[in-house]
Design a protein. Structure first.
Length: 501
């Protein structure tokens, strides 16, 4: 094999691609990646990454940040590994994203090199100013790297971008030690093996993909990409590939319910089912558990800045419903190497209900642009804590309940209203299967799925539950909610619908 990995190499896997190298050692001839009609063994994917890394090193004299502008297929996965092999931070980019967003991400990341497949190459003329003298690499032409670079724990492993309040994407650099702490917790909790088959449903620009890739690769398991068109037929896709580990945002559950594809017992091969990225509703958790009776169902919570997820609750059909608030499953308990505090609106630390702030081994060091750090950190008890912007409260037994975003608290006629609570009330209306509340200019609007009903009836029913200030005055029935690239409900798109009226 090109670039033989010496016995004992990176025994402690203190860097991110060290988890893939574990898989190479443990299962070199096993399938590492199945994407469409393409299957690559660990040996093949390793050699592909070494080949790309050879070009990166030869053409940049050692890159610092490597963009990977490629569709979610073999080239992109090899490219992300190659960035790490070359000693650089990987910056995943999506050719399907709006050009202006990719331009801003490239400019903020300051890439030394850009790996591109055919789709990415077609966009290159658009990004000439942002790329400058950066090397652009398609298929490798230089000798492959002999062996992967070994980065330090405080080197940046990858950079993801989140939406900023100003519309400018915020770069989140995650260190190798942050990712390693996360993966150690994950493997210690789930004990995955080479016999597992993982779904890979998240876009590579979304940090849920870090779980998919490295939790699978760290044990020599198989990773299977889930094409977007398969989200309406998950049980068939899961059965065809023998998937045992599923991770996605919860929106897939309501989608499957609407197309009548989520039936009791329809996911018998599933062993571990994980949901993250947006609130998991109790009804959704119960339906998935019924469909996957042999699986544990865990609700993961965490922002990108805390490395994929930082807390977890295991669904128990008998015990979990009592811990739900506004119909949302508990976000559970913090990972072992993390601590949290709740901060009240007046700045008091240690309240029972307030903004969730977290510190510990998974916390990133700060945004790419220092000005983005303003207001995002709390100095307390000799530590720096990340302010998540999420409201939470403690539950009996010590777990946490998610109450919504701090920026989802709105004032209606001078009354403070939590949009999450309004949505809970809407979901309780006859015939409504899901709902999203949006506030525009101090007025509440509701979008809902299910049976179409007259606005007056909905208002009357809500009047038995809520005071007037919490009752939306306008309602729009939809067949489905718009989803963003991360398959989360796109609230900005819903607000844009209102603006277009």
């Amino acid at each position: 094999m090109t670039g033989v990995i010496q016995a004992g190499f990176v025994q402690t896997a203190e860097h991110l691609h060290g988890w893939f190298l574990r898989g190479v050692r443990a299962n070199p001839n096993g399938v590492a990646l199945r994407s469409g009609a393409t299957s690559l063994t660990y040996r093949q994917l390793h050699e592909r990454a070494l080949a790309l890394a050879g070009d990166l090193v030869a053409r940049t004299n050692g890159p610092r940040r490597v963009g990977v502008l490629a569709a979610r297929a073999e080239y992109a996965y090899a490219g992300i590994l190659a960035a790490g092999y070359a000693g650089a931070a990987a910056v995943p980019l999506n050719p399907d994203f709006p050009v202006e967003r990719t331009r801003r991400m490239l400019g903020a990341a300051g890439v030394d090199a850009l790996l591109v497949d055919a789709e990415g190459a077609a966009q290159l003329p658009t990004f000439a100013d942002e790329l400058g003298a950066a090397a652009v690499i398609g298929e490798p032409t230089c000798p492959p790297l002999v062996e992967p670079h070994v980065p330090g724990p405080d080197d940046v492993a990858y950079i993801m971008f989140t939406s900023g309040s100003t519309g400018r994407p915020k770069g989140v650099p995650v260190l190798h030690r942050n990712a390693d702490a996360y993966l150690r917790h994950i493997q210690g909790r789930y004990h995955f093996t080479a016999d597992d088959v993982f779904s890979q449903s998240a876009d590579l620009t979304f940090d849920l993909s870090v779980f998919d890739l490295y939790a699978a690769w760290g044990v020599g398991a198989t990773l299977v990409t889930v094409p977007q068109q398969q989200f309406v037929a998950v049980p068939k896709f899961v059965a065809r590939h023998g998937i045992t580990v599923w991770l996605s945002s919860p929106s897939v559950i309501s989608l499957l319910r609407r197309v009548r594809a989520l039936k009791p017992g329809s996911l018998p091969t599933m062993r571990t089912s994980l949901f993250c990225g947006e609130p998991l509703l109790a009804a959704d958790a119960a339906d998935w558990q019924a469909a996957a009776p042999n699986s544990v169902v865990d609700n993961l919570y965490g922002p990108t800045e805390l490395t994929v997820s930082c807390s977890v609750h295991r669904w128990d059909p008998e015990l979990s419903p009592a811990l739900c608030v506004n119909g949302v499953v508990s976000i559970g308990s913090m990972h072992d190497e993390l601590r949290y505090v709740l901060v009240g609106s007046d700045g008091e630390v240690g309240v029972e209900k307030g903004e969730l702030c977290v510190t510990g081994a998974q916390m990133f060091p700060g945004y790419l642009e220092p000005e983005d750090d303003a207001g995002r950190f709390l100095d307390h008890d000799g530590c720096r804590w990340y302010r998540t912007g999420d409201l939470a409260t403690t539950l009996p037994g010590g777990e946490l309940a998610y109450l919504g975003r701090t920026d989802h608290q709105v004032k209606v006629n001078g009354v403070r209203v939590e949009l999450a609570e309004v949505e809970w009330g809407l979901r309780g209306l006859a015939g409504v299967t899901d709902a999203v509340a949006v506030a525009v200019d101090g007025e509440l609007h509701a979008f809902y799925l299910g049976d179409r009903r007259p606005d007056a009836e909905l208002i009357e029913e809500l009047g038995a539950v809520f005071p007037r200030a919490m009752i939306p005055l306008r309602y729009r029935h939809l067949d489905e909610f718009p989803l963003n690239a991360n398959r989360k409900t796109d609230r900005k798109a819903l607000a844009a619908l209102l603006a277009s009226e």
